[in-house]
Ligand binder design. Structure first.
Ligand code: HEC
Length: 491
């Protein structure tokens, strides 16, 4: 499979790029790069290019990560020289979509013009290796394919994903691995079968006697022949209806009417391009009381081959409570209403978004979705933004309106790309009484190359041919000042 067809294939199903991508062969054109003599001014791999790729590329381009080839050493980089030049000159790599005019992002991986020029000049002069003695020390990446080096890991039960059919968002509760009150300082979710995991998110939740362990539960969504939900409730998954449950390891499904017994949120998420959460640089953590549960929300997208997914979650934990605590915006992924389980969130913000009104007409190339308005009830520090839409997502803009009426564009993504669920990390103090206004735009026309069918109406929903417009955000706040209220209210 060539890289082109691989990428096209993945794009067509709107999916994660995964372990399979690793087998990609370099494009043939790279063999045509001219080999010319190296003069003193010629950039070389070891001296000039390696420092750039260490900082901007190796996080994905190393064995076991999502990049289709390794950029750890010259031997593996060299056959890709021509493709590297094209990708960086077109600013396709590294993936980064924030308009540089607005905001400041700590994890901005984009290359500056001088770095692009260096890589282009290196390839134009035959992509020489140079002297290995000039190489910077290699980066010490964590072992075993992790991006964090976890202190504790959890194996989720193996999930047989069928070759075809629609899977709804399923919920699963398992005990959290913490016997004592714990401050978690980083979290990484590693899906086993990246090609079929559309998302895997979880919340920590207080264990209730009614919480069943190791049972998948989902609410049936009546769909038409095209797989489009017949009613548009504006929340994913629906809050009530026919609840189907299936114990882990069994194929027997039971149906009842009502509400699911657990509801997984999106405090921690795996989405394609979203590798891990690390609060250590923020001196922050998440408080997990002893005996909590992990409540997972997982969505599999079938892709023609039956596979078994075995996903893992890794954590680092603090020895002493960190000075700050991390809080993510509440509400299940895409929920209009603030999740009622989360009193914590209610004490910090209130969110309004009429998702049930999302209705994109056929052929509309510039549809403005129902905006989200998030009002802050206390001073808080914004640490990341993670806009989420599906294949018709076109652009998104977050504007903060301060109590004095001043407006600041915090994040502007002029070309949203569903294939990359990026987290934009920042640091912004938000005073009480401010409001974040988030506007997604959608393109349901033929000029959107990811559009599976421009003749269809598109409504809100959790499948990738339906749409969402979720303004996820993460915050930190002083632990001591808020500990009692925040940890107490939540549990
Ligand atoms: C966030 C992860 C990530 C980062 C960072 C990243 N890449 Fe990639 N790269 C990927 C993935 C995944 C693919 C395959 C899918 C695609 O092409 O979009 C890819 C594909 C490529 C390709 C093949 C493109 C093609 O047309 O076949 C090249 C070349 C490349 N990357 C170079 C780089 C370079 C050089 C950097 C750093 C300057 C970089 N990448 C940074 C994830 C990443």
């Amino acid at each position: 499979m060539t890289t082109k067809s691989l990428v096209a294939g993945l794009t067509a199903v709107g999916l994660a790029l995964g372990a399979t991508a690793w087998a990609a062969k370099p494009p043939r054109t790279s063999a045509k790069v001219d080999e010319t003599a190296v003069s003193d001014s010629t950039p070389t791999f070891y001296k000039d290019v390696l420092p750039i790729v260490q900082e901007h590329c190796q996080t994905c381009h190393r064995p076991g990560q999502i990049g289709p080839f390794s950029l750890l050493d010259y031997q593996s980089a060299r056959p890709w020289a021509r493709a590297i030049k094209n990708a960086v000159a077109a600013r396709k790599m590294p993936p980064w979509f924030a308009n540089p005019e607005y905001g400041h992002f700590d994890n901005d991986r984009s290359l500056n013009q001088a770095e692009i020029d260096t890589i282009v000049a290196w390839v134009n002069s035959g992509a020489p290796a140079g002297d290995p003695a000039n190489a910077p020390p290699s980066v010490q990446w964590p072992e075993g394919g992790w991006n964090i080096q976890p202190d504790v890991t959890v194996e989720l039960p193996p999930y047989p994903v069928p070759a075809t059919g629609i899977k709804e968002w399923e919920q699963l509760a398992v005990p959290a691995p913490f016997k004592e009150d714990t401050w978690v300082t980083s979290v990484e979710i590693r899906p086993g079968a990246t090609a079929v995991v559309h998302h895997l998110c979880f919340d920590f939740a207080k264990h209730k006697p009614t919480t069943p362990y190791n049972v998948y539960e989902w609410v049936e969504v009546p769909r038409d022949d095209d797989g489009v939900a017949k009613t548009h409730v504006g929340s994913t998954p629906p809050r009530e209806g026919i609840v189907v449950s299936r114990p882990v390891g069994s194929t027997v499904e039971t149906r009842r009417e009502g509400r699911p017994s657990v509801r997984g949120g999106n405090q921690f998420c795996y989405l394609p391009g979203l590798p891990f959460e690390d609060y250590r640089p923020l001196h922050a953590g998440v408080f997990v009381p002893a005996g909590s549960d992990i409540v997972v929300s997982v969505h599999y997208t079938t892709n023609g081959a039956a596979v078994v997914d075995s996903s893992r979650i890794g954590f680092t934990v603090a020895k002493v409570p960190p000075p700050k605590m991390f809080v993510s915006q509440g509400g299940g992924e895409g929920d209009a209403a603030v999740n009622t389980d989360s009193a914590l969130n209610n004490s910090i913000l209130s969110r309004q978004q009429a998702n049930e009104k999302l209705a994109i007409p056929p052929y509309d190339g510039n549809y403005s979705g129902p905006p989200a308005d998030i009002t802050f009830k206390r001073d808080i520090e914004l640490v990341w933004l993670r806009p989420h839409a599906h294949v018709r997502g076109k652009s998104v803009r977050y504007s903060l309106i301060y109590p004095d009426g001043r407006e600041e564009i915090v994040l502007d993504v002029p070309h949203y790309d569903f294939n990359w669920q990026l987290t934009y990390r920042t640091s912004l103090k938000i005073p009480k009484g401010s409001r974040m206004h988030v506007q997604f735009m959608y393109d349901n026309s033929a000029s959107n190359k990811y559009n599976p069918d421009q003749s269809k109406w598109v409504f809100y929903g959790g499948q990738s041919w339906e749409e969402m417009g979720t303004p996820n955000m993460g915050f930190v706040t002083d632990r001591k000042a808020n500990e009692q209220e925040l940890t107490g209210e939540r549990f």
